[in-house]
Design a protein around this ligand. Structure first.
Ligand SMILES: Nc1nc2c(ncn2[C@@H]2O[C@H](COP(=O)(O)OP(=O)(O)OP(=O)(O)O)[C@@H](O)[C@H]2O)c(=O)[nH]1
Ligand SMILES: [Mg+2]
Length: 439
């Protein structure tokens, strides 16, 4: 399913009606605007935000540029895309790095929003970027909280600093000295959540803020709570003057109200989003890409970035060289299957391709079983055959099919795929550009 599936579907329904027409009347545009407004409200976008957004879109859509255009439907889509992007803050808002280390990130948010998990994701991401992060345990209320952070820290191989149940602001201050001594350049402070915004919680956070003067105060909110997340963000921002928002559990959010409203309501940008429970499930929040995903125009850039971080760079360079020299063999093809498997859930990636939601990808299309069968086929080839694919003829195919427990048709299909991939990748790697996966 595309991101925020139901909103996507409704908008694309509106657009498909518009693009079928050559010329649009003002009435048709007005009707379309009404449908867009309803779709956004149903997606749980803040009603004031919807009002403002739709009036901006309407104004631009009724101008000469659209009505006189040869492709008015396309123009409307373009305008909606631009306005959604602007609504979410236009550009990706990066993490601020302190000019004098350490950079101090104070994490805050309600209970279960995903703070502790996000601490680990941020630490892992920063480590990949060459930073030396330290995690600090300042949730002293839930007995298992410190331990949870330690488990998270261990899984991403980042040290966790704690002082048991000592006062959070004391622990935070001491952790800075510790970081300085040990050469850590980013300090990520995990704090306790509460069920609701309370004076107690805010006082504690204010004390920590005063004591450590954070570079970033990042509020974690659960995207699935929709408008509640927006209200929570407003509350925290009024008390703490946060520097940014992290939107977690976007993977389970089918509506999108929080993602679309937070920046407009609080004035603070969404910096990252959480898209799953694993430590790699973090994405920088790009308003333009998010808008394209909502409008089902795909998110090709995120897709490519994702593929690139997951594919071993060294391996990728090796393949690129082979394509250039045209010496790519079945042995390399086999190695590539392992790379593809590393990329995890392929159907998720496929859904970022423009218009992909229309095709309803299911995991069977390139599933693990199919990969396993293909591997078996290649493993049933002799080393000579793997290196010289051209020599595989009828009798060899029969032997390979029998050896791998597959059919001659499947062997043929794999060989055909191999040649097609080879051709495609040769074109893509053309000696200059970076190697990219052919998705
Ligand atoms: N699906 C999904 N689950 C997430 C995501 N982020 C966190 N979770 C899950 O949400 C639950 C709560 O996460 P925590 O990190 O413990 O939340 P917390 O804000 O630290 O909670 P408290 O310490 O109790 O205030 C855990 O089960 C996480 O695995 C996400 O992006 N997607
Ligand atoms: Mg926690």
């Amino acid at each position: 399913m595309a991101l925020f599936g139901s909103l996507s579907e409704k908008l694309s329904h509106v657009f498909s009606k518009l693009t079928k027409r050559g010329v649009l009347t003002e009435l048709e545009i007005k009707n379309a605007m009404r449908e867009i407004r309803i779709a956004l409200l149903e997606a749980d976008v803040n009603f004031l935000v919807v009002k403002d957004l739709v009036s901006k879109i309407s104004e631009k859509c009724t101008g000469e540029r659209v009505l006189k255009s040869l492709t008015p439907g396309q123009q409307v889509i373009k305008i909606v895309n631009e306005e959604l992007t602007a609504l979410m803050g236009s550009t990706n808002s990066k993490l601020t790095i302190a000019s004098k280390p350490p950079t101090i990130i104070l994490m805050c948010g309600l209970q279960g929003a995903g703070k502790t998990t996000m601490c680990g994701k941020l630490a892992k991401m920063l480590k990949k970027q060459g930073k030396k992060p330290l995690l600090v345990a300042c949730d002293i209320y839930r007995p298992a909280a410190i331990n949870q952070l330690k488990v998270v820290g261990k899984s991403v191989d980042v040290e966790v600093y704690d002082e048991g149940t000592n006062k959070p602001e004391k622990t935070a201050v001491n952790s800075l000295k510790y970081a300085e001594n040990k050469g850590y350049d980013v300090v990520i402070i995990d704090t306790a959540g509460r069920l609701h915004i309370s004076e107690e919680l805010m006082d504690e956070l204010k004390d920590i803020k005063k004591a450590v003067k954070p570079t970033e105060i990042l509020l974690t909110v659960d995207s699935m709570t929709g408008q509640d997340a927006v209200t929570v963000a407003e509350g925290f921002n009024n008390e703490l003057d946060i520097t940014g928002v992290i939107l977690t559990k976007l993977d389970g959010d089918t509506r999108g109200g929080a993602a679309l409203s937070i920046k407009a309501v609080t004035g603070k940008p969404i910096k990252f989003c959480g898209v799953g429970e694993k430590m790699d499930d973090i994405e920088p929040f790009h308003p333009d890409r998010m808008a394209s995903r909502i409008l089902d125009m795909g998110d090709v850039l995120t897709l490519i970035e994702k593929a690139q971080t997951m594919v071993d760079e060294e391996e990728a360079k090796k393949f690129e060289k082979k394509f250039r020299e045209n010496s790519f063999t079945f042995e390399d093809y086999l190695a590539q299957f392992d790379q593809v498997k590393k990329m995890g859930n392929i159907s998720d990636l496929l859904n970022m391709i423009p218009g992909a939601s229309k095709f309803k990808f299911n995991a069977n299309m390139i599933d693990e079983k199919q990969i396993a069968r293909n591997k078996a086929i290649i493993q049933s080839m002799t080393p000579y055959e793997r290196r010289n694919p051209d020599c595989i003829k009828g009798s060899q195919k029969k032997r390979i099919a029998a050896g791998s427990g597959t059919s001659i048709q499947e062997v043929n299909a794999l060989i055909k795929n191999f040649y097609q991939s080879k051709e495609l990748m040769k074109q893509m790697s053309n000696g200059k550009g970076r190697f990219r996966l052919p998705f």
